[in-house]
Write a protein that binds this ligand. Structure first.
Ligand SMILES: [Zn+2]
Length: 396
């Protein structure tokens, strides 16, 4: 990067996108992070604002990031993978919360609607509602009316009773232009629903959720800060943070959250543990591969693809396989790896998810298959359960 030479080591070139404080600290740095969708790589640097506690990807503020990501979003197509509408726990919880805080006959706009799963679920709950999506992905034959475009408020002649930003805000290091645009197309008194990955859970579980695709990470407190122009009606803290909020008259804005310095210190130490866990976990994988042990990737979706692209350089030419129990993932490309149903003695199984709840379920399933008595399980990047049944904390 051209401007890297002008940076003070450990401090970011950019001020905090939320509060404007200078001297945010780089707490995690991966020189060659990869996208799930291609082998394209880019430096990933996660910074923490010491004043407000905001955690953001500083490279996402560089010119060039938007163009780098644009292709990934336009070529996004997971349509063949899941039945429509996809009734995942997350989608169902989102649709239920949206319906609870919307008029029965609401006009609903979802920004970044992908193929419209959540809108279809909202429509099931609110049959009189009218739903519309806007998304740049190249889907065809969608069941929900969708404008194929990157969102801009100018696209819409009228405003909506409910606006949805599901898993959108984390893609912008500076969330304010997107929030201002969403506010512009939302009626006064209307409902904004948004959800983002929950930073507190990510740090607690030390999951590998720091991705090129994600430019900002929220706690409930920073999320409340960026929603200063709203009254929070309901907030849920699970793997995702979900918020339904009512638009108040007047301008939007950002309120500095209380306890920003404490949140910043927690984020810095959580990220340091994750960095240690990554290093140690990768050393364990490399040693296993060097001894010609088999590495089994459990899970075949996005997280697998990003991990595989990143880790395959450590694996030399050791045997590798995919353990894949998701029926609908049959068409998922798995880099030509052998698919297996059960690990064997001597395998090292790597859990491919960055969702703490999913990781817990995966571990439970592997225990039922004999994990810790014959094969080992690596949970990136928090723990290793060895074949002899002992467990270690990777970040200790
Ligand atoms: Zn800040």
């Amino acid at each position: 990067m051209a401007d890297a030479a002008h940076r003070t080591p450990g401090l970011t070139a950019h001020p905090c996108p939320l509060c404007g404080a200078a001297g945010c600290r780089t707490a995690l740095s991966l020189p060659e992070a990869r996208l799930a969708s291609s082998d394209a790589s880019r430096a990933l640097e996660i910074a923490v604002c010491g004043s407000c506690g905001f955690v953001f990807q500083q490279g996402a503020l560089d010119p060039g990031y938007a163009a780098f990501m644009r292709h990934a979003y336009e070529s996004w197509d997971d349509q063949p993978l899941f039945a429509f509408p996809r009734k995942s726990e997350d989608n169902l919880a989102a649709a239920a919360m949206i319906a609870r805080h919307s008029r029965p006959d609401a006009s609903v706009l979802e920004i970044g609607s992908n193929r419209g799963d959540v809108l279809a679920l909202v429509k099931e709950l609110l049959p009189q509602a009218s739903v519309l999506g806007v998304d740049p992905a190249a889907h065809s034959g969608l069941a929900v009316p969708t404008l194929r475009a990157f969102f801009a408020p100018e696209l819409f002649a009228s405003s909506f009773d409910t606006v949805i930003l599901k898993q959108v805000l984390e893609h912008y290091a500076d969330p304010r232009p997107m929030l201002a645009g969403a506010r512009q197309v939302l009626k006064d008194g209307g409902t904004l629903y948004l959800d983002v990955p929950n930073l507190a859970r990510i740090l607690e579980g030390r999951t590998d959720a720091f991705l090129l695709e994600h430019a900002a990470y929220y706690t409930l407190s920073t999320l409340q800060g960026v929603l200063a122009g709203y009254e929070i009606l309901e907030a849920q803290e699970a793997g995702s943070l979900r918020v339904a909020a009512r638009k108040l008259p007047g301008p939007d804005g950002f309120a500095l959250p209380a306890g920003g310095e404490i949140a910043a210190a927690e984020a810095v130490s959580g990220l340091a543990r994750l960095v240690r866990g990554r290093e140690r976990g990768q050393r364990i994988l490399a040693a296993h591969a060097q001894a010609r042990g088999r590495v089994v990737f459990f899970g075949a979706y996005n997280c697998f693809r990003a991990l595989y692209r990143e880790l395959s350089r450590l694996l030399d030419d050791c045997p590798r396989a995919v353990l894949d129990d998701a029926l609908e993932a049959e068409r998922e490309p798995v880099f030509g790896l052998e698919r297996i149903a059960v690990p064997q003695a001597g395998d090292l199984v790597l859990l491919c998810s960055n969702n703490a709840c999913v990781l817990g379920r995966m571990e439970a399933r592997l225990r039922a298959l004999g994990a810790g008595s014959g094969f080992a399980v690596l949970r990136p990047w928090s723990t290793i359960l060895r074949a002899d049944g002992t467990t270690s904390d990777l970040g200790a």
